[in-house]
Design a protein around this ligand. Structure first.
Ligand code: F6R
Length: 584
């Protein structure tokens, strides 16, 4: 979602800030802006549109000054408009702010500020925040006291970065990420390591409920009580520096193509052993996640109960606060999240902790908010995933679940991950049929994806990929449910993808395909075995049947990607979506 960046150093700030915002584009946004201190003035330029568009229309990267802040906004309070874009000035024009997250009590604060004579131009909670900062600064004339006083009034989740007219930058973190990049004579304040990774791999991950003040090349960190905190500089892992498309047209294709390698990198043996032992001892075991990560979570139910005889209850994170299966006292909650920043997942964790639960997390981003909240973390190790639609992170999540299951059942599975990796390579190598089929998707408005048993969560994931990348209505149906309603939808205008490898679900699912075929729908079979019922056969290699879920999603990722190209949509940045959903 929104990204913030700040720079204080000896170089021109504007080109650095613009470049940083470009690197963080994948997080999703609708408007862009910079505030740069030049002499004793803070200049703000902002507008709606892509970073490259606003850069050209407003000469953003030519703004003079060595200290500044920047922002890409994903609208929450107020429409997408220039006036709502960040940064926002305070009424005096001496302070400007960029902000991620939501100030829940903004209306009450706004009313109080209005009584003091403050005026507001935008619909945002951010403009309220910057004027609260101004009020506190007018009263204290001290930046540390100003920030302390301000955060004591705020409710909600936020990270903000403020520029004062003397060139001081201040930033505070409350349940939204904040990372400082450290270079000789320069500091970067960012919501994402990608904001500064081209410049430096030395980083300080600011803890939750801490704030920083950067002035005259000095950095001070404080907790929300005002105590001084010693900076802890760490190296950003090498893989997270690897954020280039290389020869690929899109990040999404690059990430799909990396899977033969990434499925071999997920988790390490010590982590797997440790988590398996903790799960085996767990009294009540739940698993949660959102979107793709929840689809992976659903797979755990099949693996754990079939092989390890362990019961696990998947609960979608956004539903967990309303779930009748409330988390029992002293239970164990597994979480899955690529970003480790999804607000719904973090909220689920907060609820679980209230009932004294242990938190075991499967995460791609080390040092994310979720890892800080977890008792144990297993890393996906699949490198940065920039394409908004999750691809390689999904297969890495599955690999970790397979490995945990195999450990819990004393290696009872035939878990040949080298073979799985080769099978994925085979699928990727010959994608000409998939490309051709994707062309047909230009004209269609509905796709259904059928799967049974463990293949149903894969059907859900397939439908999610098709929706996100092609904007075609796509719906997963448990194959056995056709007669209970969905058969009414089947006619010659629809395409139905059947996830049907040759395992125990094969014959029943084939019967479902035949029922649909007689209603005239086009059938796309994803299987290691061809059948006359299929109008199109997407072949997957033969592999031990337990591993089909891991490989059968890959051709559908490709299909969704190529259909996006055929439909002229942007596969890396689907409309209205953000990579890291940091608000509930
Ligand atoms: C789908 C997708 C989203 C995410 C979801 C959870 O392609 O990317 O559905 O899976 O927002 O995100 P994480 O895994 O970062 O918690």
């Amino acid at each position: 979602m929104c990204s913030i960046i700040g720079y204080s150093g000896k170089k021109d700030a504007a080109p650095i800030l613009v470049r940083s915002l470009e690197k963080m584009e994948y997080r999703g946004y609708d408007s862009v802006g910079l505030a740069i201190k030049n002499d004793s003035l803070i200049n703000v330029k902002k507008d709606i549109g892509k970073v490259s568009e606003v850069k050209h229309s407003l000469n953003l990267d030519k703004m003079p000054g060595k200290i500044g802040i920047g922002h890409t906004r994903w609208a929450t309070h107020g429409e997408v408009s220039k006036k709502n874009a960040h940064p926002h000035y305070s009424n005096s024009g001496n302070i400007a702010i960029a902000h991620n997250g939501i100030i829940e009590n903004f209306q009450q604060l706004k009313n109080e500020l209005e009584l003091d004579g403050f005026k507001f131009e935008s619909d945002t909670d951010t403009e309220v925040l910057v004027n609260l900062i101004q009020k506190n600064f007018d009263e204290t004339a001290n930046i540390k006291e100003t920030i302390s006083k301000t955060i004591s009034k705020l409710q909600g989740h936020y990270t903000f970065v403020v520029i004062f007219e003397d060139g001081t930058l201040a930033a505070a973190r409350f349940h939204e990420p904040l990372i400082i990049g450290v270079e000789k004579n320069s500091y970067y304040i960012s919501s994402d390591v990608l904001g500064f990774i081209e410049k430096t791999d030395d980083a300080i991950y600011i803890d939750n409920e801490n704030f920083v003040i950067i002035n005259d090349h000095n950095l001070d960190i404080f907790d929300f009580k005002g105590n001084s905190i010693k900076p802890n500089i760490t190296k950003v892992s090498k893989e997270f520096a690897d954020v280039y498309k290389g020869d690929y047209a899109h990040f999404t294709l690059k990430e799909i193509s990396e899977q033969p390698k990434t499925v071999l990198q997920a988790g390490n043996d010590t982590q797997i052993k440790e988590i398996s032992e903790m799960i085996s001892k767990a009294q009540d075991l739940y698993i949660t996640g959102s979107g793709t990560s929840y689809n992976a979570a659903r797979i755990s139910k099949f693996l754990f109960s079939n092989f390890a005889k362990v019961k696990i209850e998947p609960i979608i994170s956004s539903e967990l606060p309303f779930s009748p299966d409330s988390i029992e006292e002293n239970s164990t909650l597994m979480t899955i999240s690529q970003s480790g920043e999804s607000a719904d997942v973090l909220d689920a964790v907060r609820i679980a902790k209230e009932s004294n639960s242990k938190i075991l997390s499967i995460i791609n981003h080390p040092n994310s908010s979720l890892s800080q909240e977890s008792d144990l973390v297993i890393n996906l190790n699949c490198g940065p995933e920039i394409g908004v639609a999750a691809t390689k992170s999904f297969t890495s999540q599955l690999v970790i679940l397979y490995k945990i299951t195999n450990k819990m059942c004393n290696e009872c599975m035939n878990l040949d991950l080298d073979k799985a990796s080769q099978s994925i390579s085979t699928i990727l190598k010959d994608d000409s049929k998939i490309k051709k089929l994707a062309n047909d998707f230009k004209e269609i408005s509905d796709i259904y994806v059928l799967g049974r048993g463990i293949h149903f969560p894969i059907a859900k994931e397939a439908a999610l990929k098709l929706k996100e990348l092609t904007y075609i209505h796509a719906e997963a149906i448990p194959a056995g449910e056709l007669k209970h309603g969905p058969l009414a939808l089947m006619d010659s205008n629809v395409y139905v993808i059947i996830i049907n490898p040759n395992d125990s679900t094969y014959q029943d699912t084939l019967n479902s395909a035949n029922e649909i075929k007689t209603r005239g729908a086009k059938i796309i079979g994803v299987s290691n075995q061809n059948n006359e019922v299929y109008d199109f056969w997407i072949e997957i290699p033969v592999i031990d049947e337990t591993l089909y879920p891991l490989i059968e999603i890959v051709p559908i990722q490709l299909l969704a990607y190529y259909a996006a190209l055929a439909k002229n949509t942007d596969p890396d940045y689907p409309r209205n979506l953000a990579k890291s959903v940091t608000v509930e």
